[in-house]
Design a protein around this ligand. Structure first.
Ligand code: MN
Length: 196
């Protein structure tokens, strides 16, 4: 996508029904066509009123001290990233990533447990992330609302949206079922390509 104002909604990199049954078509349509678009429209609107910020790239806008710009820039970046981290028929993780995960978390099972606990422990709206720290180590973290690990000095590798809008239609209050089903549509190839 274009990385400066005016921001545009990219098409999803796959058909709306390809992530089923983990994420159903109706949820994905609303999530992308309505929620993601709203972040883009609100960011453009805020930038219309702050002309001097228009040359800034999206990553710079994540750290804006204007809440309307910071929050909506996060909404745009996070959703673009979320879509890329999923795939309809992906493969499992390759050895390079598996070894790194084992080195940092002990085992894939332990990593899975920590990530799930982080996603379920996020009170209210936000995200769970697998990130790389400045030493190259892997960490799991959570951010509130549309905050982004880049602002904290981490490189995002994988994101899970745990706002209710990402699962409520199918799972209602069962965030745990959504999180567990989501593992089946993770695009590990994309995660591996982001590792430094
Ligand atoms: Mn969302």
């Amino acid at each position: 996508m274009l990385n400066t104002y005016p921001f545009l909604l990219d098409k999803l990199p796959y058909p709306y029904d390809v992530l089923e049954p983990a994420i159903d078509k109706a949820t994905l349509e609303i999530h992308h066509d309505k929620h993601h678009l709203t972040y883009i429209n609100n960011l453009n609107k805020a930038l219309e009123e702050n002309i001097y910020l228009q040359p800034m790239v999206l990553e710079e806008l994540l750290d804006s001290d204007i809440p309307m710009i910071k929050n909506n820039a996060g909404g745009v970046w996070n959703h673009d990233f979320f879509w890329m981290g999923m795939i309809g028929s992906g493969r499992g993780m390759e050895d390079t990533l598996r070894v790194e995960i084992e080195r940092n978390f002990g085992s894939v099972e332990e990593f899975t447990k920590i990530f799930e606990a982080t996603a379920l422990g996020r009170f209210g709206s936000g995200w769970a992330w697998l990130v790389q720290n400045s030493n190259g180590g892997l960490e799991v973290m959570s951010t509130a609302n549309q905050d982004n690990p880049l602002s904290l000095g981490f490189t995002p590798l994988l994101a899970l949206d745990v706002w209710e809008h990402s699962y409520y239609l199918k799972y209602q209050n069962r965030r745990v079922d959504y999180v567990k089903a989501w593992w089946g549509i993770v695009n590990w190839e994309a995660v591996e390509s982001l590792m430094k």
